[in-house]
Design a protein. Structure first.
Length: 273
């Protein structure tokens, strides 16, 4: 079980080198094809009466500039990889979040950077990781801000007995196999023995894949706070979790732990939905 294709998202205005180097490092370890991807669009300016022609001209100019940026970014991507692995390139002149979710069909895993947590600002030029993971149907690895390698020696699985968490554990097996230390942790305010049994089942599942893991049950009700404290105490390189959210007024409303993890820009996060 491994990742044969990895799609790395490159923000049109963001730093290119760190995320490409991080994704290249992972692709080398997995012997995977690395697909560079960039998407952006230009908002249609608002015009007054009689100004439609000028507005359309300005809008087309912005789109032409985006197309030029795609060419430059592709050249930079290919120069950074420098033939170390097999690569492909795709770009799209449309909403970056929507495009990334759709183009994820090409890959086993999507890798992206997120410098601003759950809120990413300009939706015409930056992909939103929360929306991507809930729409893509592929696991998403959000790399710690500025990291040029994906550290995954100490991995914590933030467990909750849901479909999303079960999917995340299965999707993360290739990364878990290479870890030095794996901990499966859950937070429970009641039903402690039931929670302990559930975590033990996950540990047994991982053992059948050759992954040695330990289990931890934290007694309490503040899932987000307790988990974030635990991640810090064990110096986790990477957190694996399900991503929970639902659409509300055409925006995504996230579960508490999911939002907290999206905002943890200093840590690698592996999420599935």
């Amino acid at each position: 079980m491994t990742y044969r294709s990895i799609l790395v998202n490159i923000d049109i205005d963001g730093p290119v080198a760190p995320i490409v180097r991080a994704a290249t490092d992972l692709a080398k370890r997995s012997n995977a094809t690395l697909i560079g991807f960039c998407a952006a669009d230009a908002p249609l300016p608002i015009s007054g009466p009689g100004g439609e022609g000028l507005v359309m001209e300005a809008w087309q100019q912005m789109r032409d500039e985006i197309e030029s940026s795609f060419k430059e970014l592709r050249e930079e991507f290919e120069a950074l990889v420098a033939g170390a692995i097999k690569t492909e390139w795709r770009n799209a002149l449309e909403s970056p979040t929507r495009a990334l979710a759709r183009w994820s069909r090409m890959a086993d895993l999507v890798v992206m950077a997120a410098q601003e947590g759950a809120a990413t600002g300009n939706t015409y030029r930056v992909s939103d990781p929360g929306s991507v993971v809930l729409q893509a149907g592929r696991p998403l690895l959000v790399v710690a801000g500025g990291a040029e390698q994906i550290a995954a020696r100490k991995i914590v699985v933030a467990w909750k007995d849901t479909r999303e968490a079960r999917r995340a554990v299965a999707d993360a097996v290739p990364l878990l196999l290479s870890a030095d230390e794996v901990t499966v942790v859950t937070v429970a305010a009641e039903g402690i023995e039931w929670a302990r049994d559930g975590v033990a089942d996950v540990v047994a599942f991982l053992a059948r894949h050759g992954i040695k893991a330990r289990c931890e049950v934290i007694v309490g009700s503040d899932d987000s706070g307790k988990l974030l404290e635990f991640f810090g105490s064990c110096q986790a390189d990477l957190v694996v979790s399900g991503a929970f959210g639902h659409s509300r007024l055409r925006e995504w409303a996230f579960g508490g732990v999911t939002r907290s993890l999206l905002d943890e820009v200093g840590r690698n996060r592996f999420m599935s939905s």
